[in-house]
Design a protein around this ligand. Structure first.
Ligand SMILES: CC(C)(COP(=O)(O)OP(=O)(O)OC[C@H]1O[C@@H](n2cnc3c(N)ncnc32)[C@H](O)[C@@H]1OP(=O)(O)O)[C@@H](O)C(=O)NCCC(=O)NCCS
Length: 160
């Protein structure tokens, strides 16, 4: 048994501004990370499955996230366009994915997804916070990061 933290996942409450004029509360999942030497052992999948279980138990309708289609479609997510859900700029985004926590939960909440503002935290504040912990090298330009950066640029206007 491993007696240390090898992965983590964070969640926030965010909202969908429904096309019907209603506000729908959803969960935003991410960031998620597993230590490189523990990746590919199902830990990321377990973190996501556990998040779904807790969110469902707390009565949330769905989980949304921006991420890699190849990974998240294996974890029960589908491209949010299939629910009619757009990003805050009212665009269908290839990287935006959703997972319904009960049948019809996101289809009935079609609209624009607004992430919590905390995701826009200034990099300088993050760097300052990081100084409270033992030094860790920040890795840039991994193949997955590059792929994600390409994917987040892929958006198309909605008809609404
Ligand atoms: C993404 C991450 C959390 C997945 O955690 P993990 O514990 O390795 O995931 P799991 O073991 O549950 O799943 C591994 C499976 O997903 C696949 N996978 C992992 N990353 C993938 C990717 N970017 N694209 C496609 N498949 C991917 C693996 O090939 C493996 O497939 P298999 O089950 O068919 O063998 C982990 O790779 C990670 O920490 N990456 C760096 C941080 C990051 O990119 N986070 C995501 C930000 S959106």
């Amino acid at each position: 048994m491993v007696n240390k933290i090898v992965g983590n996942v964070m969640c926030l409450k965010s909202s969908i501004a429904g096309d019907d004029g209603k506000q729908y509360e959803v969960i935003s999942l991410g960031p998620i990370g597993v230590l490189p030497e523990y990746q590919g052992k199902g830990i990321g999948g377990m973190l996501i499955a556990h998040t779904k279980k807790i969110a469902k138990g707390q009565g949330f309708r769905g989980i949304l996230l921006f991420g890699d289609t190849d990974y998240y479609t294996r974890q029960g997510f589908v491209v949010a366009e299939s629910f009619g859900i757009r990003n805050a700029e009212n665009m269908y985004a290839d990287a935006l994915h959703g997972c319904e926590l009960y049948e019809g939960a996101l289809t009935s909440a079609r609209g624009r997804y607004f992430e919590d503002d905390i995701y826009n935290v200034a990099e300088s504040l993050v760097s300052e916070f990081d100084t409270l912990f033992p030094f860790k090298e920040v890795i840039h330009d991994t193949p997955m990061q590059k792929k994600f950066e390409m994917m987040v640029k892929k958006v198309k206007p909605s008809e609404l």
